[in-house]
Design a protein around this ligand. Structure first.
Ligand code: PNS
Length: 161
């Protein structure tokens, strides 16, 4: 059985992430979305809300599990006996950071292979940061995030008025 982890901040999960996840769930026996708790990036959406949004989005994917972790991704992968790490690759701008991370992770734990998956081209420019910025300034991001995330961002916008 091949277990893959899909780590990230998911602040919030987007349709780009969902596209990568759906592809991964077809390729591997089980996929764990692993949300980093103690990111050096300051996350905008509280961890519990990010997890709940992801849970709602993944209810139709029986081989996908949702979890959170602290510390090194490779330590989490070892603990779970995962042999594959999934990352989405959008444009060439992602390449340098993703390659560095994949090589560092493989140096720290050589049993772990990073597999890069691309999204549908229509999601190539989508990032959580750009989504948050646009949504909180009133932009319509409904085509770029799952419906529950869209509603969550609308509520956040109302609360921050
Ligand atoms: O969605 P993101 O923010 O691009 O995800 C980045 C993430 C969480 C995968 C990366 O920051 C990470 O693995 N952090 C855990 C700490 C770690 O293992 N660092 C060494 C990786 S080179």
């Amino acid at each position: 059985m091949t277990l893959a982890i899909y780590p990230g901040s998911f602040d919030p999960i987007t349709k780009g992430h969902m596209d990568v996840l759906q592809r991964a769930s077809k390729l591997f026996d089980k996929v764990i979305i692993a949300v980093l708790k103690n990111s050096s990036k300051k996350c905008f959406i509280p961890l519990e809300d990010r997890l709940n949004l992801i849970r709602e989005c993944c209810s139709h994917l029986p081989n996908v599990e949702i979890d959170s972790f602290n510390g090194l991704t490779v330590d989490y992968a070892k603990q779970k006996n995962a042999t594959v790490l999934i990352r989405g690759m959008r444009a060439i701008t992602d390449f340098e950071y993703e390659m560095q991370m994949a090589q560092m992770n493989n140096t720290l734990y050589s049993e772990l292979e990073t597999v890069f998956l691309t999204t549908k081209p229509k999601y190539n420019f989508v990032s959580s940061s750009i989504i948050k910025e646009a949504a909180l300034l009133g932009g319509d991001v409904s085509r770029l995030v799952p419906e529950n995330v869209y509603n969550y961002l609308l509520n956040l916008k109302k609360e921050t008025k």
